[in-house]
Ligand binder design. Structure first.
Ligand code: FNR
Length: 184
């Protein structure tokens, strides 16, 4: 059966280039996998008091969606050389209560875009560090440093010709990675 991939876009912007990239990647691979975009836009800022508040569980409510997938694709913008708070927030919130993390053992990959020359590379390296702590086997190569330009996607939101080959290879390797690291 088809692989199921959860997509977490680190940007809440309505015009997010990283969301557009994610939608392009999902279209590119639609025959090989189903992609479920996780909505992190309504999450409050996590603190550990939530762990003891059974009537208020916005983070718990997201856990079944993550548990139901075979792998997670993180698409991160770069904010001041690191990941946005919105992305760190969902990682922290779903890692708790202590011992009830949703992340451990789920294969992952990191990609992201920025109009700048560094193409979100520094944010992606920070995220890699966090995913080690969360015990997510994360694909090392190829790296997904995607410099944004208006021709990255065509008018219909499909990946444009210039990046089609690279991004197809990136996504194929990721789906291979997911199959090589089945969740326990
Ligand atoms: C940025 N941007 C940015 N770009 C970059 O390459 N390195 C950086 O450190 C930063 N820092 C940064 C901080 C803040 C607060 C904002 C709002 C933006 C620019 C960023 O790459 C650009 O706004 C992208 O469009 C953000 O991704 P989304 O939200 O469009 O997916």
């Amino acid at each position: 059966s088809k692989l199921k991939i959860a997509v977490i876009v680190g940007s809440l912007s309505q015009q997010s280039i990283n969301r557009k990239l994610g939608e392009g990647l999902a279209k590119l691979m639609q025959d090989q996998a189903d992609f479920e975009f996780i909505d992190i836009s309504r999450l409050p800022v996590y603190n550990r008091d939530f762990d003891n508040t059974p009537d208020f569980k916005p983070f718990e409510d997201l856990k079944p969606q993550i548990r139901g997938c075979d792998g997670v694709l993180f698409i991160t913008p770069e904010y001041n050389r690191s990941i946005p708070a919105s992305l760190k927030n969902v990682l922290d919130g779903l890692s708790r209560p202590y011992g009830q993390t949703v992340w451990a053992g789920i294969p992952a990959a990191i990609i992201g875009s920025s109009p700048g020359g560094a193409a979100s590379a520094m944010a992606q390296q920070h995220l890699r560090n966090v995913l080690v702590s969360l015990d997510m086997p994360t694909m090392a190569q190829p790296e997904g440093f995607v410099r944004w330009s208006d021709t990255l996607l065509d008018a219909d939101g499909h990946i444009g010709a210039a990046s089609h080959g690279f991004l197809t290879k990136y996504m194929s390797k990721f789906l291979d990675w997911v199959q090589l690291h089945p969740k326990k």
